[in-house]
Structures are given as C-alpha cells and as structure tokens.
Ligand binder design. Structure first.
Ligand code: UD1
Length: 429
C-alpha cells in the first residue's frame, strides 16, 4: 500500500495551477452519451482515479470513450449499439456513478442500475433523484439493491427539490434535455458545477436557462450533437492549496481559478487575519502576524463548501482561540477529527459542530486518510506539523487531487509517496 511521508514545519512558497474540476467533469463525461451525432471532445480533464472510474463505467455499458491523458482530453463517440447494464462493482466504487442514470433514461427505455449505498461521510439517499424522474413519467421500482426504471413516457415536469442536491439537480437536468416539453426545477443546487454542466449541454444544442439561480427552465429538444468543451477549474483543489499556504504560514498563489467560486473561503481566510490578493484568474494567500479562530458553517453554494470543511478545520487547529465549524450538509463528515487529535490538535465533536481550541503547533504522527477531503486535511496538517507525518490509505486522496505530491514539492513542501500501487477500496464520496 502506498503512503505519504511528510516533513512538516516549512512554509510553502510559490505558484500552483488548479487542475480541471473533478465534480464538473464527472457529470459532463456522463452527459456526453447524449450526443447522437458527432463526437464530444472534453478538455481540461484531470487525471484522477474518479475520472478513470467514470470512463471505465461508460466503457462497461458499451460507450466508445478514450482518455488522452497527455492532452487531458476525453473523446466520446456516439454509440450505435445498445447499452449494457452498469456493473455493481463500478457503481459502488464511486457515488457519482449514479450520474449516468439521467442520460441513460433518455437513451434507453428500460434500465437497471445498482443502488448506490451510504458512504463514509453520511447516509446520502437518492430519493430526490428518483422523485424527479418519477415526476417526469419514469416508472421506478427498487428491487434487490437495484433501481429499475422504465422511461418510455419521459416528459417535462415542474419539480421542487426539498434540498438543493447537486447530484439530483444534475441527474434531472440531464434527463430533461431531451424529454418531451418543458421542465422547471425549483430550489435546484446553484453550485458552479451545475452551471458548467448546463453550459456543456447547451453547447450540445440543449435549451437550459437559469442554471446557477433558484429556478432552472429546460425546454426538451429532439436531439443533441457533439461539441468541444473545456471543463471549469477545480475550486476545491484551488481552495485546498490556498489553505496549504495559510497553514504553513507561507505565500501561495493559485492560478487558473475563477476567483468568484472561492469567495466564501477568501472571506473566511480574511476574517482569520490572512492577507489575500486576487487577480483576474488567480488568488494569493500571504502570511499574517497571527491567524485568529473563526466560526464556519458549511452551506450550499454560495455558502462555505462542505468539501473544504476538513481542510479549514486543519487550519483552525493552528489558529489562536476557539473556532466552531458546523457541518450542515452531511451527517457524518468528522472522520478527520480523531486523526487530527493524533497530531496534537485540541479538537472535539458535538453533534454536527467541530470545536477547536487552536494550538501553537501540531506534531507529526502516523495517521490514516479516512476519505478524500479528510485525507487532504491530514496532508495540510502534516505540512504544518513539527516532525514527520505518515499518511496511509492515500488512494482516497488520489481520487480528487491530480499530482498532489508534485504540486506540493513545487511549492517547496517535503512530501514523498512511498510504496507500491494501492488497491482502491470501495469508497463513496
Ligand atoms: C456533490 C459532490 C460532493 C459535495 C456535495 C455537496 C460530486 C461528484 N460530488 O455530491 O463532493 O460534497 O455535492 O456539495 O459532485 N440528499 C438527499 N436526497 C437526495 C440527494 C441528496 O437527502 O436524493 C442529501 C444528501 O444526503 C446530503 C445533501 O442532500 O445531505 C447534499 O447532497 P448532494 O448535494 O446531493 O451531494 P452529491 O451530489 O452526492
């Protein structure tokens, strides 16, 4: 099994480029099967385990898809043969696999897809996805761990989401683009990844308005065609490197970002006393005299992202004073807390609140990455800590961070990957 060895205590310095967004790329790759004429060429696709899983999944159902890694390009050709059933082993590996249900409903009358289970960060039901599909005329049955769907009469509908679920908004949008008539999604997710998916679908000939607002309107079209599309930058990866600069008291510039996507993080870093400078497509964090504790609550976009909660918790472990971080999106996203404790953090959990009393320093320790973002928070803590940190189960981190050790080394951080290729376990994030 591979692990990271980090020699901490050294400020990071320099510039790092954000990769393409994992969470935008995953549904966009799934939606590529909607083209019935011409190939889809997707650019700025990050080389990540999750992307490989999505590609493997599409191959397994009969899609002609290629990943040109040196060009960071995915090419999808329209499929002429019939689609196969998605295999359980791939759907269980990654929750975002369920993103293929929306596009598949428009291409195949009857589908059977394994039910994605709970996961390390919470129960994560799919009731809103299924409610949306049912309102569009899809007959849904759940049997022996599978969702069986008959979409012979797929039509537009008015759908109100009880929660602004990212996955449900994406799945409903993808099913609606070729449904008969008009679909209105009220209270959809407003994350930038939703806007990126809508822009991609519109480039294929879809008619979607209002993505990024509180109402999305979709007029069904008869067909979609191939296009070339560049996926947006990864705001979570970018945010992680800004926090890496802050936690090591260094000076880190993250380039190739959409600054507005990072507004809630920038605001919290400023509140904590850090100096932040922004340009047209970059953000730089600069050291300050003292980082102060702040309270943070995760919320749907434009609120503070749950995917940066673990990382800001690591930072606040080194801030002066008490911070309370409230996780309001997922019910079990605190697995980083006991690991940070091993590194000397004064931190505890009370319900969905993480209470942190900042310490002057963290100390290196042997820790285990419990999930993707919790793993990233341990890398950050390790970079700041005195001494050596060993992080195992780093396959979680590889799911969402492209070339993480090269990027950190370029910033002057001492991190090494040791050991053989790990066997990825099933883990849903
Ligand atoms: C996506 C992101 C994930 C991010 C999350 C929230 C991808 C691949 N993953 O996950 O990184 O942390 O958004 O920003 O893009 N819920 C229901 N019923 C449903 C669907 C969701 O109750 O049918 C609940 C979930 O349990 C959770 C909340 O809604 O508590 C938000 O989940 P959702 O926005 O759907 O997250 P994902 O799309 O799974």
């Amino acid at each position: 099994m591979e692990y990271f060895l980090i020699e901490g205590g050294k400020p990071l310095n320099g510039s790092v480029r954000a990769s393409g967004s994992k969470n935008a790329a995953l549904p966009i790759i799934a939606a590529s099967i909607l083209s019935t004429t011409n190939k889809v060429v997707l650019k700025n696709i990050p080389m990540l385990k999750d992307i490989e899983t999505m590609i493997e999944l599409l191959k397994s159902i009969n899609v002609d898809i290629k990943f040109n890694k040196s060009r960071k390009e995915v090419i999808v050709k329209p499929t002429t043969s019939s689609y196969k059933e998605p295999p359980y082993e791939l759907v269980r590996k990654m929750r975002a696999s369920f993103n293929i249900m929306g596009p598949l409903l428009t291409r195949k009358n009857k589908i059977r897809i394994p039910f994605p289970g709970g996961c390390a960060i919470g129960t994560r039901p799919i009731d809103l996805h299924l409610k949306g599909f049912a309102m569009m005329g899809v007959k849904i049955d759940i049997n022996s761990g599978y969702v069986l769907a008959n979409s012979k009469h797929l039509h537009g509908s008015e759908i109100y989401l009880d929660l602004p679920s990212v996955g449900a908004t994406e799945n409903i949008m993808m099913a609606a683009v070729m449904a008969k008539g008009k679909t209105i999604i009220r209270n959809p997710a407003r994350e930038p990844e939703i806007v990126d998916l809508a822009n991609f679908l519109n480039s294929m000939g879809a008619d979607i308005e209002g993505a990024g607002s509180d109402t999305i309107r979709i007029r069904g079209v008869n067909s979609l065609t191939g296009c070339t599309y560049r996926v947006m930058p990864d705001r979570i990866e970018a945010g992680t490197y800004l926090i890496a600069g802050a936690i090591t008291r260094g000076k880190v510039k993250v380039t190739n970002v959409i600054v507005e996507h990072l507004a809630s993080l920038i605001d919290k870093l400023k509140e904590a006393g850090l100096q932040i400078v922004t340009g047209a497509n970059w953000v730089e964090v600069r050291p300050c005299k003292e980082i102060k504790g702040v309270n943070v609550k995760t919320l749907p976009y434009p609120g503070f992202p749950t995917d940066l909660q673990s990382q800001i918790v690591a930072l606040l472990c080194t801030a002066k004073g008490t911070s309370i971080v409230t996780e309001s999106i997922f019910d079990k996203r605190t697995a980083h807390v006991p690991e940070l404790k091993r590194m000397g953090a004064d931190i505890s959990v009370d319900g969905n609140n993480i209470i942190i009393n900042g310490r002057k320093k963290l100390t290196g320790a042997e820790v285990i990455a419990p999930d993707l973002r919790a793993g990233a928070s341990l890398v950050l803590a390790g970079l700041a800590a005195e001494g050596t940190t060993k992080i195992s189960d780093i396959f979680h981190i590889d799911r969402g961070y492209e070339n993480i050790e090269e990027k950190i080394q370029k910033l002057g951080g001492h991190i090494k990957r040791i050991g053989k290729e790990s066997v990825p376990k099933a883990a849903n994030i």
